[in-house]
Design a protein around this ligand. Structure first.
Ligand code: 6PG
Length: 253
């Protein structure tokens, strides 16, 4: 599908990108809370999502979300304890959770301190099923999933060449990531593609060729896992800055 038919929003700077992405997330939160008195949000790791978390914790956005209605989860996590420098939970806690009035009872981090990665994935899947009150074969439906994209086309912790990209039944997987010589814990496409809204947040020239390949190149998700993302009954939105959009041919008009 040419990019012009996709929901791609391009901003002149990363600051403008984060501002717009914060507004976009808040609007979806307002809609979810109005409809279901709750907003289930899956966070991503990485420096771009971190910028959004900091923006959400700053004025004017800080007071615009009823945090008592928000339930937080992580779309992926590193296999490290929550206080580790690489922890996505720690990053989000420093940038956002420590600065907004959310009860830790509503914050459902990945139990990534457990020694066995598959056990971490199994336990997190059980947490999701409990929190959403959904048993097999039904699938929990997130209101909003935030995703970043790596220069290699990975998203969440769905990396090129890993089996998790093609997972068809589990909600959470624990792939071994050769390039990092470590396991990761990640939502699978089964869960990601069941969400109401999935938003990619991508900035910087380094991502331009990859974004062009993902959006305008052949469908090859084993090589470009970001291509596996396509909510069945939800919406997929791309928030990118001009630098990251620099190689797109079919820029949205
Ligand atoms: C992680 C992320 C990962 C990240 C992308 C983009 O745990 O690293 O979840 O998928 O979102 O690598 O990260 P940047 O925005 O820092 O490039």
């Amino acid at each position: 599908m040419p990019s012009s038919q996709r929901d791609i929003h391009v901003y002149p700077t990363s600051q403008a990108l984060l501002e717009a992405a914060a507004q976009h997330l808040l609007e979806h939160a307002r809609q979810a809370i109005a409809a279901r008195n709750s907003f289930t949000l899956a966070l991503a790791g990485g420096s771009t999502p971190k910028g959004l978390y900091a923006r959400l914790a700053d004025p004017p956005f800080h007071g615009q979300l009823d945090w008592t209605k928000v339930r937080l989860f992580w779309g992926d996590e590193r296999h490290v304890p929550p206080d580790h420098a690489d922890s996505n939970y720690r990053m989000a806690h420093e940038a956002l959770l420590s600065r907004v009035p959310i009860s830790m009872a509503q914050v459902h981090r990945v139990p990534s301190e457990l020694p066995d990665a598959q056990t971490v994935a199994d336990q997190y899947e059980a947490v999701l099923r409990k929190q959403f009150d959904v048993s097999e074969p039904d699938i929990p439906r997130f209101d909003f999933v935030l995703l970043g994209m790596g220069q290699d086309g990975h998203t969440a912790s769905l990396f090129p060449g890993t089996q998790a990209v093609q997972e068809t039944s589990r909600l959470v997987a624990a792939p071994w990531v050769e390039k990092f010589q470590t396991s990761r814990i990640t939502f699978t496409p089964v869960l990601l593609n069941h969400a109401r809204q999935v938003t990619f947040l991508i900035h910087g020239r380094a991502k331009a060729e990859t974004l062009h390949a993902v959006l305008e190149g052949p469908f090859q998700p084993d090589t470009l896992p970001a291509q596996i993302i396509g909510p069945r009954a939800g919406t997929l939105t791309w928030f990118v800055d001009q630098e990251a959009a620099g190689a797109l041919i079919f820029l949205p008009r």
